[in-house]
Design a binder for this molecule. Structure first.
Ligand code: NAP
Length: 264
């Protein structure tokens, strides 16, 4: 699985912004982003249509999409996946996730995921917004669960490091960090700005480089702006020294105890 991709939440919600959103995704692919994250929820399907338009006629990136919990029954999951495939003009989704737990019984969703994989409509499957206990349930139900757990994780929200991330590393399941910039809020923190100045990169690049430096973690920042799409890709070139990592730990301390998984 690629370490960095393009997020698409909030895309497809306004006809006025559609051109910029499509342009940002196309530009990101031109620059070499190898992955796009989307969901049937985003713009109620319109984000997937924009993804479909962006990838048309070019080498297909690694595509992640998600099923709504209320659609995640045995037959509902299959039907939702087929709709997502049609909207994106694809024959296969690389990674198909349950967006959050709670709609249907997990057993049913996993059964459907297996069926979709046998039919060649998805290559792999996983979950999202699963805390440690949910992850243990999931791993017990499905020994073959290797896809991913996509959760809120960034410098200012390090809760998963206490018990979720260690479990996922033990099971070799990648953690896909969503909202790695805390939806932009992180970028206003003076400590991050100061450290980024010292490194010679932008706050967004430092925040993303830190997430990607965590073993077993990949991430999917979203931007509808060309400049920011390019800036975020530059995070791959930022080298974190032990000194900078220690400074970041001082400014954004790791958790000292269990924190319930946050969700946006
Ligand atoms: P994010 O990537 O942390 O932040 C996106 C926000 O930051 C946007 O408002 C964007 O504005 C701005 N931004 C991006 N790059 C920037 C930069 N270099 N400098 C300044 N501002 C910048 O938050 P997110 O969109 O919530 O999370 C990323 C992706 O994760 C989503 O798009 C979605 O694909 C996924 N996600 C999944 C879940 C889930 O439940 N599984 C939940 C949330 C998100 P502009 O667009 O105007 O540039």
């Amino acid at each position: 699985m690629p370490i960095l991709g393009l997020g698409t939440w909030r895309m497809g919600e306004s006809g006025r912004r559609r051109g910029d959103e499509l342009d940002a995704l196309k530009y990101g692919l031109e620059l070499g982003y190898p992955m796009i994250d989307t969901a049937e929820m985003y713009g109620e399907g319109v984000a997937e249509e924009i993804v479909g338009e962006a990838i048309k006629g070019r080498a297909k990136p690694y595509i992640v999409s998600k099923v709504y919990p209320h659609n995640a029954t045995r037959s509902g999951t299959v039907a939702a996946c087929e709709r997502s495939l049609r909207r994106m003009g694809l024959e296969k989704i690389d990674l198909y996730l349950l967006h959050w737990r709670g709609g249907a019984r997990l057993e049913e969703t996993f059964e459907a995921f297996h069926r979709l994989r046998e039919q060649g409509k998805i290559a792999d499957f996983g979950v999202s917004n699963f805390d440690r206990g949910d992850m243990e349930d999931a791993a017990r139900l499905d020994k073959g669960l290797t896809g991913s757990n996509q959760v809120l994780y960034c410098l200012s929200r390090r809760g998963p490091e206490f018990d979720l991330l260690p479990l996922m590393r033990k099971k070799s399941i990648p953690l896909m960090a969503y909202s790695p910039l805390d939806q932009g809020r992180l970028l206003t923190k003076p400590a991050l700005k100061k450290l980024a100045d010292g490194v010679g990169c932008t706050p967004a690049q430092l925040a993303l480089a830190w997430v990607m430096a965590q073993p077993g973690v990949v991430t999917i920042p979203k931007s509808s702006t060309r400049d920011r799409v390019k800036e975020n890709l530059g995070a791959l070139d930022v080298k974190l020294t032990p000194e900078i990592t220690a400074e970041l730990d001082r400014a954004f301390p790791p958790p000292k105890g269990k924190q319930t998984l946050e969700m946006l």
